[in-house]
Design a protein around this ligand. Sequence first.
Ligand code: GLY
Length: 381
Amino acid sequence: MSSSSDTDAPVLIIGAGTIGLSIGWELARSGTPVRIFERDEPGRAATWKAGGMLTPDAELQFEEPELYQLNHESLRRWPSFVETLEADTGIDLGFRTEGTLTVAPDEDSAAAMERVYRFQKEVGADVERLTGAEARDREPFLAPHVAGAVYTDDAQVNNRALVRALVNGIQKYEGTIHSSAPVKAVAPDATSPAIITNTGERIEGQQIVVAAGAWSRQIEGLDEAVLPPVRPVKGQIIELVSRPTFDLRHVIRGPDAYLVPKADDRLLVGATSEEKGFKKDVTADGLYTLLEGALELVPGIRELSIQNLGVGLRPGTRDNAPLLGPSGTPGVTYATGHYRHGILLTPVTAQEIAKLVQTGTSSEWLEPFLPSRFADRTPTV
Ligand code: GLY
């Protein structure tokens, strides 16, 4: 990949969500020119509607061992990523480390939580089981009836501050972000691939990175056999205003909703997971499910005002894991399909994809997530 002849030509990144922006920042700060093309405004799609949870143990799923390892590696890289980006931009990322309480509101969900807890212990996760009373000691806003909880020592970040900082960081190193600039197609070439914008402009670069999230599959010119198998998975989220006296400290996760207190006084209640294509409506059923799920964990939120209702489209894949690496189309790398873990996977994706683009060297972290794992299957989502 570094065999590319013209290293003065920019790397062209399609998509300015957390993945495209962070790859752009990593490249720009180490001297590689970048141009990022975004169909809307930077970071205003799934990244803006995310919870910002950095919680690999709490979100551990059965049968996803490699993704779990990648999630953990990225969490390990978050503190130095924050330190570098904050030093670069002076923007506080709202990185918080109070941890997560996965809460069982009743005995039935306590049994389910116990099964997950045993699996978490099996894979070596650092988890602590608490009785309902112990959980309430740590987080007094929990409902009096909760049956138990599992504590995980993890983190969260302010997703919107992250967008602002990455945009600022890219501009500091003279990278360019083009807003309202959808890319219609790529024109593949191993040494000087190009993109074609919606207005018909052809722009050549040394390489192209597709980081267009749920929209990655719509780009024309990608080899049909290796189209990214990415589909939109709708998530509705509610933004409450957290009063100064309503000082929820932990991320709280329950069976039907999670609550994420942000440093900027937003209290997020998320998120639904719906297969509705690109439809972005807020529904009564979505809000009902989230509020009911959140109120049974933290009843005090009924007093808070609603500031906003949002919908994000996560880029889901068939195995719930991202596509990271050479796409099979000459000159084009994929960094897409991060599904539920886009914010968490930002540092490891940015650093490993930037390294791949600059040196042609892949890493053991990318190996299980190469797009070629889908190449021999029918090109459907
Ligand atoms: N990772 C949280 C979500 O996708 O809702």
